[in-house]
Design a protein around this ligand. Structure first.
Ligand SMILES: O=[N+]([O-])c1ccc(O[C@@H]2O[C@@H](CO)[C@H](O)[C@H](S[C@@H]3O[C@H](CO)[C@@H](O)[C@H](O)[C@H]3O)[C@@H]2O)cc1
Length: 609
């Protein structure tokens, strides 16, 4: 470690820009390149971290110490890596990042909030900010400094496998929900310089607005596809939320895998540098996405040197390699030494990275604050998540007779039938990016299923009968007061979620139909997007709720279904009649939708919009 412990960069009383200049002047090219390198924890050895002065480490979703590891185990892991970083020659702390995209979803027992599409249905900026605050505490409680969130995609086609990570198809709703950045990073001080990153101390995290830009606007919703738009429309529809994030001091932004008019964002100097950095004045740094450089060429990873050159020259500052970092480091050093990448570009990238590290207080507080440990999955956060679930539910049908509401249901009814694939499946109600990248089924973490919640709410004399796939005998019994059928999508992520049929999976429509043929039925649809609802099916049921992907606190659903709270949610997306209509969204003449953007009933009035 540098002997001169009194140097400027180590003095917290010195201005950040002076600390950056001092530290940069001491760094070798190898150390600068090391700071531009972000690696996955599975390849992060103490020697590599120390010798290369690695800038950052990430955990892919769920890539933790071991199954059901507690936040203290995660903190030990993160602090262990940090110790190695501080033993490097200049002792530059590393940034540890994770995808906490709906709570700290990698950690067993953490609070799982509704995915973004459900939050978009609330249109509640204060709620989003509070969720950011809670998430920041649970992330820092595991020793992690940065979350690759929020995703501020404007999803223009529900066939996109990441639709549920988008707050809405409507830019203005997405803009409103960017308030989560202030929750994650802290309230900007008065007169904070425009575009400058901000993190308010060790209980807050470095946020990352993603994926810049147009990830939700690709042709037919193809993940990592091509967004064909004029610059004006790209700016108006997809770029606007980034201005809101930048105005809140967002510290990092992640480039999109997708292309704009055929040019990959990861190699797009016009958008990354001339627009984002120069025109919009963004002073934080730009992450690449996971192996985003490899995906610049076909086959993936070929011509890697040329991919490094394109991406770094375009304006990428920290590269999420994430595994073969030696190849990246050697390649980048070669490219600088051969003049294909200027030292000025390297210095710009490292300056931005150091700025975020200084602003985040990592030099002063490189290790985690162990007093935060019991915030993970605490009652306060679970109650907040339950409130978010309540506010996210959208009531699409309430009674066959327009004059007679079906909801709220009577929690003291004699016998309630609860059926369907999603009635008692915590993994399904959490969706992708939960415990594992692809999510899971069953009790994957701690939480309350829809069935748990109905049982907890039902009266002492009420019998709750549950069958995932109800038998004919069960349905033949005429003594059910009513039935609640929960069906929907299994967890999916990214390209694995691209889907052009959008039918209710797992025979959901058949389950609904067989139940509704004999019992008054409420359907709860657990999905990341609108799904096909045939008119005949819709006519058969008595009520329909879009619950999106509610997360761990299923109690919020019972709260509204049994009338403790009224519905407040309104559609953040247009609900198509047939997939042949797609894309069908605000901005296109969507008069022929089944339910329009903004639609939502309450138990009192008939419609909110
Ligand atoms: O084996 N396979 O089938 C497989 C498939 C796809 C993979 O690709 C990879 O899978 C995931 C990890 O396993 C990675 O998270 C990314 S996605 C990327 O990751 C970032 C960091 O987590 C997020 O912030 C971004 O928002 C997101 O776009 C990648 O697509 C890997 C393996």
């Amino acid at each position: 470690v540098e002997e001169d412990m009194n140097c400027i960069y180590r003095d917290p009383n010195e201005p950040v820009e002076a600390r950056i200049r001092d530290l940069l002047s001491r760094m070798t090219l190898k150390e600068k390149v090391g700071q531009m390198t972000l690696i996955e924890r599975r390849v992060a050895t103490p020697d590599a971290i120390k010798d290369l002065s690695i800038g950052g480490i990430l955990s892919a979703c769920g890539s933790g110490p071991f199954q059901k590891a507690l936040s203290s185990d995660w903190a030990d892991l993160a602090d262990g890596f940090q110790k190695s970083a501080l033993e490097s020659r200049l002792g530059i702390p590393l940034i540890y990042g994770v995808d906490a995209v709906h709570g700290h979803n990698s950690v067993y027992g953490a609070t799982i909030f509704p995915h973004n599409v459900g939050l978009g249905a609330t249109r509640d900026a204060d709620l989003a900010q509070k969720i950011g605050e809670a998430t920041a505490l649970e992330v820092r409680a595991s020793g992690i400094h940065c979350t690759f969130a929020p995703c501020v995609a404007v999803c223009r086609d529900p066939r996109w496998g990441r639709c549920y990570e988008s707050y809405s198809e409507d830019t203005e709703i997405v803009r409103k929900m960017t308030s989560i950045v202030t929750g994650l990073q802290g309230q900007l001080p008065h007169k904070h310089p425009k575009g400058y990153p901000f993190v308010a101390g060790r209980n807050k995290v470095i946020a990352c607005a993603k994926h810049f830009v147009g990830d939700g606007g690709t042709n037919q919703g193809k993940n990592e596809g091509n967004t064909v738009l004029s610059y004006e429309d790209l700016e108006r529809i997809h770029m606007a939320p980034y201005l809101d994030c930048i105005s809140q001091g967002v510290s990092t932004i992640m480039a999109s895998y997708s292309s704009w008019n055929g040019c990959k964002l990861h190699a797009n100097r016009f958008l990354l540098t001339e627009i984002l950095k120069d025109k919009l004045g963004f002073k934080g740094f730009i992450f690449s996405d996971w192996s985003g450089l490899d995906r610049l060429s076909e086959p993936r990873g070929s011509n890697y040197r040329s991919c490094i050159s394109s991406a770094v020259n375009a304006g990428i500052d920290m590269v999420m390699v994430p595994y073969e970092f030696k190849k990246f480091v050697e390649g980048l050093i070669d490219l600088v030494e051969s003049g294909k990448i200027s030292m000025a570009r390297i210095d710009d990238a490292v300056e931005r990275i150091l700025r975020v590290k200084f602003v985040a207080g990592l030099f002063e507080f490189p290790f985690m604050n162990r007093s935060l440990l019991d915030t993970v999955g605490c009652k306060l956060h679970r109650d907040l998540a339950r409130e978010a679930v309540r506010k996210s539910l959208v009531l699409l049908k309430n009674g066959k007779d327009p004059k007679k509401s079906f909801l709220p249901l009577d929690k003291n009814a004699k016998r309630i039938g609860v059926f369907g694939t999603h009635a008692d499946n915590l993994g399904y109600q959490c969706g992708g990016w939960t415990i594992k990248w692809s999510g899971g089924s069953g009790r994957i973490t701690i939480g309350t299923t829809i069935l748990d919640a109905i049982k907890a709410a039902a009266g002492d004399e009420t019998e709750v009968v549950y069958e995932q796939d109800p038998s004919a005998d069960t349905l033949a019994r005429q003594d059910f007061s009513f039935a609640i059928v929960a069906v929907g999508e299994e967890p999916y992520v990214e390209s694995l979620g691209d889907n052009s049929e959008l039918v209710i999976p797992l025979n959901g429509a058949d389950i609904i139909s067989s139940v509704a043929d004999s019992i008054p039925t409420l359907v709860i649809l657990v999905s990341g997007r609108p799904l096909l609802l045939e008119p005949l099916l819709l006519d058969k049921i008595d009520a329909l709720i879009a619950a999106w992907l509610p997360g761990s606190e299923g109690g919020g659903i019972a709260d509204v279904v049994f009338g403790d709270y009224d519905f407040k949610g309104r559609l953040p997306v247009t609900w198509f009649k047939q997939v042949e209509q797609l894309p069908l969204h605000v901005g296109i003449d969507s008069h022929d939708s089944l339910f329009p953007l903004g639609f939502g009933l309450t138990c009192k009035e008939r419609s909110l919009d």
